[in-house]
Ligand binder design. Sequence first.
Ligand code: ADP
Ligand code: 5GP
Length: 189
Amino acid sequence: MAKVFVIVGPAGVGKGTLVRGLRERMPELVLAVSATTRQPRPGEVDGVDYHFLSPTEFTDRVAAGAFVEHARYAGNCYGTLRAELDRHLAAGASVLLEIELQGARQVRAVLPDSVAVFIAPPSKEALAARLRGRGTDGPAQIDARLRAADDELAARGEFAHVVINDRLDHAIGALEAIVRAESGPPRTL
Ligand code: ADP
Ligand code: 5GP
């Protein structure tokens, strides 16, 4: 059965890294490409990392009902495109959504069969160190993400599945175990 898995947690906690590791072990999982109004970072490719939209394009798509969920985060808009999700589910593929908290709450409301996994850092200090160490964001962007992280970390109790991303291989294993258990038994002929 194709399922939607929501990977949620503060920026810098390692969601992208964990999803990459998970997909190496379970290549049948598809990662949905989100839309955002944020500027591409060096090396990011439109249509691959995100669908990069202007604020007007984003607002038009919201009005057209094109998003399953959307949220403002650290000064930009982010959203999961309904067409992107439907396309993969129709093809029978389970889909990973790597999104922030407000979006995860919306998905929980509109797709009650989805499975959310909250990714927690070993500590707030480790989170800050990872955000700085990643080297992709300037000081203002890092501050905005750390401010948002306080609310996100406080929401951990809302989620039945929590994975602490301390040692990466352990965390990938824990995530894989959840996804396999929630995917049900393997299909037989
Ligand atoms: P997110 O997608 O949640 O914003 P990333 O996957 O980009 O986070 O990870 C943020 C930074 O933390 C990256 O530099 C990544 O290499 C590093 N990182 C991820 N997981 C771990 C871990 N378990 N231990 C140490 N560093 C990690
Ligand atoms: P970044 O700008 O660092 O790529 O992403 C910032 C935050 O937005 C991250 O927590 C990321 O998971 C989240 N995000 C990415 N795509 C979406 C989306 O489609 N919807 C929502 N709600 N959040 C998203």
